[in-house]
Design a protein. Sequence first.
Length: 330
Amino acid sequence: MKNLLLAILSSVLAIIAAGSAQAQITGSEKPTRLDDLPRYLESVLPPEAKGRVNVVSGFVETYFNMPDSTNIKQRAQKTARDFVLAVYNTELPIRGVKIEIMQPNRMPGLTLALGANITAKYRQEINDKLRAEPVNFITWMKTVSSRHVDGLGADQIYLSGIWADVVPNNVNLVAEQNPTVNQPSVPSQPTSSKSPAGTETNRNVQDAFGSLSKIAESLNVGINYLQYEALIAEARSHVSDAARTLPDGELRNELGRTLDDYVFAGEVWMSSTNEYILAVSDVGKVLTEKYSPALEAEGSNQVIRREVAFRAIVNSARRRTNAVASLLSK
């Protein structure tokens, strides 16, 4: 009798365990709900991506650092290809996918974005390329992205980074004038003889001011992210030289804050989902606290459009650059 009871108990426990296992989707099972997608996608990504898969309004994104190893570029390309394939294979209502893989030094390595409308337009080609070697998929992305340089959201196809072996599409994120705010003009180089005393200090300040003004001028024309990064690196060097020779004070602070604005604008450019940034995210909180961009409702979420966020930050940087020009003219 005792053995019979133990056998019955074991059977009941087995049934309960089986039911619990079926109730919870595992990482390897294809999800049937968008809410289950992050855990599923983590199964095809490196461990560094754990907890870094986000789904917002049908847009799926992930970003993480690729650890240093041999064949790191090939691994990054394969990871990006596998991620896109896994997302669209779910057949869930996906509007777009974006993956950003950073180098071990935290600099951009490979960024890839592919909207649902593009996948629908090139469905057969994508099916073939996603199942081919990763480099073939990257090459196809390079070719097709040149035909759709202005697409956003579900119409976007974007490829950039040193591991893509291509120059990114020209993304024109000009700081357009907000009809409710007077946008500062790009300041001209001050020529006052009352600039900070000392030949080295004066030269450093003029170089810092010039490099910050160059960013504003370049954004008026339209540049891609790699070009933007190069301008930021140049400005950082000149502002650092100026800070080294300037005394503490308003001029030194304004130069630093202007650079901070442009650096943060670059982070917004590359860290956001295709169209929107969640207001409750770390980036969203900084945006709302410091720059007050317009918020929109997207489902149950408060979001900020990427272009709106970028313009708000750049307009702040322009106002600070104008303030620097005024200080140098006094």
